[in-house]
Design a protein around this ligand. Structure first.
Ligand code: BG6
Length: 444
């Protein structure tokens, strides 16, 4: 409203994320008229004096009006707490709200993450902290709950009674390309699985929340996370890409990157099997797969249903009844879609069966552009909507699941299985799935 001012300060404004995501998202929000009339954006403040200076500038712009202040921290965790301290002591709003959006990494394990949370809480209340996981802002991930909770053809099927396994797949068709400084210290499990894929899993598997309020949803998500068994070595396969030549072009190995140590054992690929020990999901494998430098760029959720008991058409599928199971796919990106694989008869006088897709292809149904995840999340933070941000107990639970495994991988110096750049990843991922009687849906 015209009586208030919104100041947005991006700390880490010269970084890649700010350039590629934060500023374009802010511009899109401004362009589409989602930002309040009086708003100001500031960039790059990193010392205590800078924050004093910033405070002065903000006050000039605010001219005594109600002033809300949003800080977006896109900085490495070692300077995180310092920035929060300076911002909260030197530049917090006197008469409006102050909120801080923080980007991962939120630590490297349970201990460092807990320490970070404790430090942040010296200066901020949990309500002021908006931990971002941009996968939660993706259109198809938002749609997951709508699909499940508002469709009778899905909601009653959402359990071990009908679902055989769930697969969460993330792949990128490019390597690390100069980001080794960050990535080599974290690896794919921390970069993608412990946050993006695990968050999707929690949303997928949670019990029906009491309402759509942020606290109700996050209460259910944290329960799922706490019902899971921490991962062990035998639950995972790790890989690292090696150099490869294809079509006259050669692609570098991970360890060829100048920002990566030559003897690095950091995983650029991982596959994992997770289990939820509750009445709804007992025994259902949730398989995750995440990798860099693979053959394609894709993120999807695949739900494979059980066989139809006493299937009348069993013989028509030969010995491979798996070919006849229904599969629901939410393609998060690219080319957003939700499709359901069904069995049907090929038209004609004979009785031949076929597999077809009932397909909701977003670009055909909704030809307008889909907003970027950062747009949605920035707007939510401005509006104080916390549903899509990670609460500290969720974060703790997520680290509890992965920390023992991460420690073991490091202590035992587990050597990742090499896979060629641009391939489908290490063959070990197939064996891991097969051990749980699963076939990766994206490969069949
Ligand atoms: C980030 C990871 O969180 O997500 C990157 O740090 C990854 O390694 C990126 O490339 C993928 O995001 P998106 O939206 O491009 O799929």
């Amino acid at each position: 409203n015209s009586e208030s001012t919104l100041s947005i300060t991006v700390v880490g404004a010269s970084g890649d994320l700010a350039k590629k995501k934060i500023f374009p998202a802010l511009f899109a929000l401004y362009y589409e008229d989602f930002l309040p009339k009086n708003f100001v954006v500031f960039g790059q403040y990193n010392s205590e004096e800078h924050f004093v200076e910033l405070n002065k500038k903000m006050k000039e712009k605010e001219a005594g009006k109600l002033s809300n202040r949003l800080f977006y921290l896109s900085v490495p965790p070692n300077i995180f707490v310092d920035v929060v301290r300076c911002a909260s002591l030197r530049a917090s709003s006197e008469n409006g709200w102050m909120r801080v959006i923080v980007e991962k990494p939120f630590g490297r394990d349970s201990e460092s993450s807990g320490e970070l949370t404790r430090c942040l809480k010296q200066y901020l209340t949990e309500d002021q902290i908006f931990r971002i996981d941009h996968y939660l802002g993706k259109e198809l991930v938002e749609n997951l709950s709508v699909l499940r909770f508002s469709n009778l053809v899905f909601e009653p099927l959402w359990s071990r009674n009908y679902i055989r396994n769930v697969q969460l797949i993330f792949s990128e068709d490019f390597g690390i390309e100069g980001r080794g400084g960050y990535f080599d210290n974290y690896g794919i499990i921390r970069d993608i699985m412990q946050n993006h894929l695990l968050q999707i899993l929690a949303l997928f598997a949670m019990e029906t929340p009491v309402s759509l309020d942020a606290e109700d949803i996050r209460n259910e998500k944290v329960k799922v996370l706490r019902s899971m068994r921490p991962l062990q070595l035998e639950d995972v396969v790790v890989g690292q890409y090696k150099g490869h030549s294809k079509g006259g072009k050669s692609y570098p190995a991970y360890t060829d990157d100048p920002t990566v140590p030559k003897d690095s054992l950091t995983a650029t690929f991982a596959a994992a099997a997770l289990f939820i020990n509750n009445a709804r999901w007992d025994g259902v494998p949730f398989l995750m797969k995440a990798g860099k430098a693979l053959h394609t760029k894709r993120a999807e959720i695949r739900v494979q249903f059980r066989h139809v008991p006493g299937n009348l058409y069993k013989r028509k599928f030969g010995t491979d009844l798996d070919k006849a199971t229904n599969e629901l796919v939410l393609r998060v990106q690219p080319d957003e879609a939700i499709y359901l694989k069904i069995n049907n008869k090929v038209p004609g006088l004979g009785m031949r069966l076929d597999r077809s897709d009932l397909n909701l292809l977003y670009r055909a149904r909704y030809p307008r552009e889909i907003p970027d995840a950062y747009e949605r999340l920035l707007l939510d933070a401005i509006e104080g909507e916390r549903r899509l941000f990670i609460r500290s107990d969720e974060l703790d639970a997520a680290w509890t699941l992965f920390t023992p495994l991460l420690n073991e991988l490091e202590e035992k110096k587990i050597v990742p299985e090499l896979y060629p750049y641009g391939s489908r990843g290490p063959v070990g991922a197939h064996y891991l799935a097969a051990n749980h009687n699963v076939r990766w849906g994206d490969l069949s």
